[in-house]
Design a protein around this ligand. Structure first.
Ligand code: CA
Length: 229
């Protein structure tokens, strides 16, 4: 039987969710504060977490981040505001789904079932989950070597992919063009640091909304580049 944890401070909502999920055959636990919810989510084994965003104590953003640091169970985030959903997406916290209050209990149950089924397929098939980096709308699938910008796949050459991934894995760290060249291109290769500039330009064309005002890869004049988070 799948075990679900509901972290929700509005007790009436939490109980409604619990009733419907139990009727569908799930084992359900509830916590009404961020701190208690966060502790249980991290210490116990659950198959799915339903996480309210605004909570007393630790909020849903932080709890999502903490769970994702160690677990890949589905996280369904709940919020009263549509704007928050955009914010959650933008932060790339790794939540699997988002639902806005008020929602119908049957919609919640349907989503829970869908996520559990997907997760069980993933675990059951023994397929290791791809290693994915997500930063504000950019998804870098390191295993499949694919890049998605706002869910649209962009085609990257090997070196462009390596360069973007390297920068994204070292956020807020300024690298000189020399350092990047040494890191991404092997020493034998013909080329120079101008190659780095050319590749950065190409990457920006694929990931930036406005290449003259880059939101991801910043130019630090006279030094090099950094990936902004
Ligand atoms: Ca709340």
């Amino acid at each position: 039987m799948s075990r679900i944890l509901i972290i929700e401070d509005e007790v009436a909502i939490a109980e409604l969710e619990k009733d419907y999920l139990e009727l569908s055959g799930f084992e359900v636990e509830m916590e009404n504060t961020g701190d208690a919810g966060s502790d249980r989510a991290l210490q116990e084994e659950f198959d799915l977490i339903i996480l309210d965003l605004m909570l007393p104590g630790v909020d849903g953003f932080e709890i999502c981040k903490r769970i994702r640091a160690t677990k890949n169970i589905p996280i369904l985030m709940v919020s009263a505001k549509k704007d928050d959903i955009d914010k959650i997406r933008g932060l790339g916290l790794g939540a699997d789904d988002y639902i806005t209050k008020p929602f119908s209990p049957s919609e919640l149950v349907a989503r829970v079932k869908a996520h559990l089924a997907r997760y069980e397929r993933l675990i059951g098939s023994g397929v290791k989950e791809n290693e994915i980096l997500e930063i504000r709308g950019i998804k870098i699938d390191k295993t499949a070597r694919r890049v998605y910008v706002n869910d649209v796949e962009k085609s990257f050459t090997t070196k462009e992919f390596d360069l973007l991934t390297f920068l994204a894995e070292h956020p807020n760290h300024v690298f000189t063009k020399d350092e990047l060249f040494q890191e991404i291109w092997d020493m034998e290769s013909i080329g120079d640091i101008a190659t780095v500039t050319v590749h950065i330009k190409k990457i920006r064309e694929k990931i930036e909304f406005n290449t003259s005002k880059p939101q991801y890869i910043e130019t630090i004049w006279g030094v090099g580049y950094r990936f902004k988070v």
